[in-house]
Ligand binder design. Structure first.
Ligand SMILES: [Fe+2]
Length: 253
């Protein structure tokens, strides 16, 4: 690949959440990502697990350790810290208290929506987060019932300036036909901005597969749009720059 890839959603830190259970497994994820041309990974452990079972300091220490191993092996890849922040009524307070982290040092923050078919909280809390100057990135909307049952809600949120992260394996059917079908609709309607692996292990159902995802997205919306999703836009997020986004289109069956 003649451009760098950036993976902004990845659970590779060991023994923190439902990701790898050893540092060896973490390094395997790093190696596979390096081979695919990934330059930066944002480690995004679940906010709940970090705060309830560990601490942000502990996680920063682990991240440093992984970066040292990468350097000693001559890898070009490096890690930054973020979080997958579950949306609930306490989220704004957690952000203000430094318990819910944005991506690296940027104003972009990865948010996981409630796993319910309907939620009255979503628009309210997302609006509050925008008001304090952060830009929400909605994690894998293609897998959320909230949007499967109400695609107009996804359109409205993107129309209000929010971004979305699509998971690579959704594009090629690992979460089933329905998710794959909805993923294609999202991509064709300019409602998917970032592609990420959401990797949990080096093998199995949730591997580091960003490059495969890029090729699969290319088949649906073309190479330029796919490159935007794995390189241009995530690269701009890491630099904390504003993004050049195509206007969203309402999904119609
Ligand atoms: Fe995740």
């Amino acid at each position: 690949m003649n451009f760098p890839l950036f993976d902004l959603h990845n659970h590779l830190l060991p023994l923190i959440d439902d990701g790898p259970n050893s540092m060896d497994e973490t390094i395997k994820i790093v190696e596979l990502s390096e081979m695919q041309g990934v330059r930066t990974i944002i480690a995004t452990p679940h906010k709940k697990d970090v705060n309830e079972l560990h601490s942000i300091e502990f996680v920063r220490g682990l991240l440093k350790k992984v970066n040292q191993i990468c350097k000693s092996r001559g890898y070009s890849i490096s890690l930054k810290l973020g979080m997958e922040n579950h949306l609930d009524s306490r989220l704004l307070d957690d952000i203000k208290a430094g318990k819910a982290l944005p991506m690296g040092d940027s104003k972009y923050i990865l948010l996981e929506m409630p796993y319910d078919r309907k939620s009255n909280l979503v628009e309210d809390v997302l609006g509050q987060i925008q008001k304090i100057g952060l830009i929400p990135i909605i994690a894998h909307p293609e897998r959320m019932e909230l949007f499967q049952y109400d695609p107009a809600l996804l359109f409205n949120l993107v129309d209000e300036g929010m971004l979305t992260q699509i998971t690579a394996s959704s594009v090629y059917g690992k979460f089933g036909d329905e998710v794959q079908r909805f993923t294609k609709q999202i991509l064709r309607c300019n409602l998917g901005h970032i592609l990420a692996s959401d990797a949990h292990m080096s093998t199995g159902p949730r591997p580091p597969d960003l490059l495969k995802g890029y090729f699969e997205v290319s088949k649906i919306v073309g190479r330029d749009a796919a490159k935007d999703m794995v390189s241009t836009l995530p690269g701009a997020i890491l630099e904390n720059n504003a993004l050049d986004i195509k206007p969203p289109i309402l999904i119609k069956d």
